[in-house]
Ligand binder design. Sequence first.
Ligand SMILES: Nc1nc2c(ncn2[C@@H]2O[C@H](COP(=O)(O)OP(=O)(O)OP(=O)(O)O)[C@@H](O)[C@H]2O)c(=O)[nH]1
Ligand SMILES: [Mg+2]
Length: 178
Amino acid sequence: MVIGVPNVGKSTLINRIAGAARAQVGDRPGVTRSKQWVKVSDYLELLDTPGLLWGKLENEMLAKHLAYIGSIRDDVLDIEEIASLLLYDLMQLCPNELLNRYKKLDKDAGIPYELLEGVCRSRGFVLSGGHLDTERAARIVLDEYRGGKIANVSLEKPCDDFTSSVDSLDASNANTEE
Ligand SMILES: Nc1nc2c(ncn2[C@@H]2O[C@H](COP(=O)(O)OP(=O)(O)OP(=O)(O)O)[C@@H](O)[C@H]2O)c(=O)[nH]1
Ligand SMILES: [Mg+2]
């Protein structure tokens, strides 16, 4: 049985082991809707399963990370906030790669949203009247991060503490279609 949070590649792994596109794959959470046996050989069958999330995500850092990687549907999130926080975290983890991709970021920005505005300036996402198209920038940042275009960096270390309890995000039904 292959289990895990949504959109991490469970079905892709099964297809790779089976050597054929047997399980449905997609770049969003909730693609696998029910359990499905996939026969790999006369001696091996794998069970693909829908992604699972905790009923309520009580740790703020864990919730953020799941949002960054696309395990929680974007349409239940404030993507500008998530993208801003992601940029802020990446600025600590891999500033050189981030500044290389988005040239006009202020590496000393004190507020995450300023980094999203920096992405707008870097990419020319400016609307009439000089307003910055931060929603477009947020979608681009999340897309490029999830596509591995910004940096290959781990958000978590084995020693990280996920026991603190902060009610930040109710993820019930967050990985299912309406
Ligand atoms: N970069 C990268 N992308 C991957 C990898 N494995 C899977 N993907 C991509 O991640 C996305 C999700 O893959 P799935 O196999 O559908 O993920 P899942 O865990 O079965 O997702 P659910 O069924 O929705 O829970 C797809 O766009 C895959 O192409 C990997 O090793 N590296
Ligand atoms: Mg799947």
